[in-house]
Design a binder for this molecule. Structure first.
Ligand SMILES: [Zn+2]
Length: 279
């Protein structure tokens, strides 16, 4: 009889343990699902809480800004504020998108983030300068659109990385001036001389804000997707640790061959210029 009671107690104990584990798993599952937003589950968004925290702290500081957020009158050397964090499901993968404000160029720069990059090293990183014609209109005058989308696919494939989309159209001269430069290129100038002819530097971009954004994102070191040595030099100058340069080169074709050759020969970009007339 005692043996029966012992067996019953054993079954009861095992049953209770299973029930506890089941309830525990269920609670964990509910907790996990609670962190997935709007049906778009990115497996774990815990890491994003750090960015929501930074955003809230930055916005709080913004409310108390002694310059009333009139950035052009701000005497601080460089003030980068994370003002918005949201999801970005895209054709190239599922990302988070972060919006920044700053008192240096006053432009709307963004970061597209994949995975837990806060405090991470060797983060696959792309600094992409906005190119409306290439990124959105499919222009074949340059390689910007394919570079942008290839970078997003690479970051998605790696499961972790960041793309900074910087409002530096036309290497920093602006959209309409870039079209003026196109006009000159149609008359025989190359992209380098066209910018000079318009009174600009051949490349007017500065990456101090980009470096500050990477610091705000908590990135410790980067593997930079670029063919442009100036990006490497400037980021290093602004204190970003670069552990590797990752080539981001697409095949050239008839429409961008001259432009790509100018990039290599006059801007010093590291390009192989592999021709593919089928594209
Ligand atoms: Zn472009």
């Amino acid at each position: 009889m005692l043996a029966y009671i012992r067996i019953l107690l054993l079954f009861f104990s095992v049953g209770s343990l299973s029930l506890s584990l089941s309830i525990g798993s269920y609670v964990l599952l509910l907790d996990f699902l609670g962190k997935c937003y709007h049906g778009l589950c990115l497996f774990s968004l815990d890491f994003m809480e750090s960015y929501y925290g930074i955003r809230d702290a930055d916005i709080s500081e913004y409310k108390g800004c002694e310059f009333n957020w009139a950035c052009e009158t701000c005497s601080k050397a460089l003030c980068i504020t994370l003002v918005a964090v949201a999801e970005l499901p895209s054709e190239y993968g599922s990302f988070m998108i972060l919006g920044f404000a700053n008192n240096k160029d006053h432009k709307d720069h963004i970061a597209v983030v994949k995975g837990d990059i806060y405090g991470a090293e060797d983060v696959l990183t792309r600094l992409h300068s906005a190119c409306l014609t290439g990124d959105a209109l499919g222009s074949r005058r340059c390689d910007c659109g394919p570079q942008l989308h290839t970078a997003m696919r690479m970051i998605e494939s790696e499961g972790m990385g960041v793309l900074l989309y910087m409002q530096q159209e036309g290497r920093g001269i602006g959209l309409v001036n870039k079209i003026k430069a196109y006009q000159l290129q149609d008359q025989g100038f190359d992209t380098y001389d066209a910018n000079l002819h318009l009174g600009f530097e051949p490349d007017a971009r500065d990456y101090e804000v980009s470096a500050a954004m990477l610091r705000k994102l908590g990135v410790k070191s980067v593997r930079l997707l670029t063919n442009n040595p100036d990006k490497l030099d400037q980021l290093a100058l602004y204190g970003v640790e670069i552990t590797e340069r990752v080539q981001l080169e697409l095949p050239v074709h008839g429409d961008d061959e001259a432009y790509m050759r100018t990039k290599k020969e006059r801007f010093g970009h590291k390009l192989d210029l592999v021709d593919d007339s089928s594209i």
